[in-house]
Each structure stands twice: as structure tokens, then as C-alpha cells.
Design a protein around this ligand. Structure first.
Ligand SMILES: C[S@@+](CC[C@H](N)C(=O)[O-])C[C@H]1O[C@@H](n2cnc3c(N)ncnc32)[C@H](O)[C@@H]1O
Length: 275
């Protein structure tokens, strides 16, 4: 990380460790993306809007999307707060430069990038307005004029009048190296904090004791996101609920961006205004 004049030096907040961020191989087994749909969707957004080659992937996780963008010819820096994720990414998805940085305020140099991408709800780990402001200020500083922000996340508006994701715990299981891993996930809405809280209990068929983890995403509404972006000097080019890498049906090459923001995923492409 560079030491240019940016936000006051802050101690990065401790990583929100979960079983999956602490064991990235399980993350990829639980959420496989063999066709690199998320990376291809991000590359499509960058290409359609004429982004230059320098890309920063914030909240890069296992690095598979960053590595896809690298393979597509981009010069990629990828950042996460989780050391296990970064170690895994360096080994399993080489190509990008991997660094530790906090979404809640980071400093990677001025005008160092043509685009920032932030996939699979990583942006929603900014829980408070202050954290969102610091994230967008950091993006603005990192981007060259005309640079893009491409993000994909849950849609807070989906939960207005719908309870299907809240009504019952979701059971999932997958097998990795002969061990069955089971999870039971319960989502609740914390209206006061405007957070979607998640409790997930993991158990594995290898005799290890069950693990309970708690995390949360900001419930961010499309018009609220638009307001944050415009306040920080971005022009919103796309803001829609799909098709995207995690929609049903999923995005595929050639499909145009949608016009509604009603379903459970939100996709945004915004351009930093030129001075
Ligand atoms: C759901 S994963 C998404 C990973 C990746 N973008 C993908 O689409 O596969 C969210 C990632 O955000 C990271 N994360 C959570 N809070 C963060 C923070 N404050 N700063 C940077 N990364 C953070 C986690 O470590 C995790 O790797």
C-alpha cells in the first residue's frame, strides 16, 4: 500500500472471520463457479464501458474472479482483509497482486486504477453510512478520472414485503475430500441497524464440533445506493436486478442489463466524473 496523502492512517478492523473465510477451500466447494461466471460478467461490464486495464478487486476472497480478469488481460490488484483468503488466492489463483486492505477505508495510491470491482456482496460488509462513505472516498481516490465502479450484491429492496428468505432456515450440504459439510443458515432483518443478520451453524461428518458463526450485510436500497454514488461524484450507468452472475436465470454473454431493481440481486456500474 502506498503512503500517499489519503485518509488518516487507521488500523484495519479485525477480519470478520468465518468458517469459509478461514478455510477458503471450503468457500469454493460451497459456492463453486467453475465457469467463472462472476469474473466473466465483471469483464463484460468493464469492456462494454471501455475501462482501461488497471483493476482493483476489493473483497477478492479466494481470488478466482481477480485471476479471471488477469487472464482476460487486465492488470489486477486484489485486496481482502482475511489473511487465509489472501494466502489461498496467492497459491491457487496466481497472476494478480494480492494485498491486505479494508473496505472501510483503504489507500492504494491516487489515480492508480481504471476500475474497482466488488463482487458477491463484499460492499455490504460496509454496515454503516460512515463505512460506505469511507469506501466510496477510497474508490474515488484510487480511480483515475472516468474510472468505473462495478459491484454485485444482495438487493435490500427485495426484503420489502417479502419474507421467503426469512421464513425458514436454509439447509445446505456439500462433500469435500470425502467429508460431508452441512450448514443451517437463518436470516433475520435488523430494521434499526438496517442489516440482514445471518447465523450459520456448520457441522462436518469428520467428528469436529459444530461451529456457529454470525455475520451481517447492510440492507442497501437501490435509490440509497444511487444517492451515495452521486454524492461521491459517480454517475450511475447501470443499476438493475439482473441478469447477473447470481441471478436465475444467470447472465450470459450478449444479454443486456435489466431495467428493474426488484429481485434479490443488485448490479451497479458507475463512472467517476471527469473534472
Ligand atoms: C462473500 S465473499 C466474496 C468474495 C469474492 N468477491 C467472490 O465474489 O467470490 C466476501 C469477502 O469480503 C471479505 N471482507 C469482509 N469484510 C471485509 C473488509 N472490511 N475489508 C476487506 N474485505 C472484507 C471477506 O474476507 C470475503 O473474502
Amino acid at each position: 500500500m502506498s503512503a500517499e496523502a489519503g485518509p488518516p492512517a487507521r488500523e484495519a478492523s479485525p477480519p470478520a472471520g468465518t468458517l469459509l473465510t478461514d478455510r477458503p477451500e471450503l468457500y469454493e466447494a460451497r459456492f463453486p463457479d467453475p465457469g467463472r461466471l462472476a469474473g466473466r460478467w465483471a469483464e463484460d461490464c468493464l469492456r462494454r464501458h471501455g475501462a482501461g486495464p488497471r483493476v482493483l478487486d476489493m473483497g477478492c476472497g479466494t481470488g478466482r474472479d481477480a485471476a479471471h480478469l488477469h487472464t482476460a488481460g487486465r492488470r489486477v490488484t486484489a485486496a481482502d482483509l482475511s489473511e487465509p483468503m489472501l494466502a489461498y488466492a496467492r497459491t491457487h489463483h496466481p497472476g494478480p497482486e494480492y494485498i491486505r486492505a479494508d473496505l472501510h477505508g483503504y489507500d492504494v495510491g491516487t489515480e492508480a486504477f481504471d476500475a474497482v470491482v466488488c463482487l458477491d456482496s463484499a460492499l455490504l460488509y460496509c454496515h454503516t453510512n460512515e463505512q460506505l462513505d469511507r469506501f466510496l472516498s477510497s474508490c474515488r481516490r484510487a480511480l483515475s478520472p472516468g474510472g468505473l465502479l462495478v459491484a454485485e450484491m444482495r438487493n435490500g429492496a427485495y426484503f420489502l414485503g417479502r419474507t421467503d428468505l426469512l421464513d425458514a432456515p436454509v439447509h445446505a450440504e456439500f462433500v469435500r475430500q470425502g467429508v460431508v459439510h452441512r450448514s443451517v443458515t437463518t436470516l433475520t432483518v435488523d430494521r434499526t441497524a438496517q442489516l440482514l443478520r445471518r447465523v450459520r451453524v456448520w457441522s462436518a461428518g469428520d467428528g469436529a464440533p459444530p461451529v456457529e458463526e454470525r455475520s451481517a450485510w447492510r440492507l442497501l436500497f437501490p435509490q440509497e445506493l444511487r444517492h451515495f454514488l452521486t454524492t461521491h461524484g459517480f454517475e450511475v450507468l447501470e443499476l438493475h436486478d439482473g441478469p447477473g452472475p447470481r441471478t436465475e436465470p444467470p447472465w450470459r454473454e450478449g444479454l443486456p442489463p435489466g431495467r428493474t431493481a426488484d429481485a434479490d440481486r443488485l448490479h451497479v456500474v458507475a463512472r467517476l466524473a471527469r473534472p
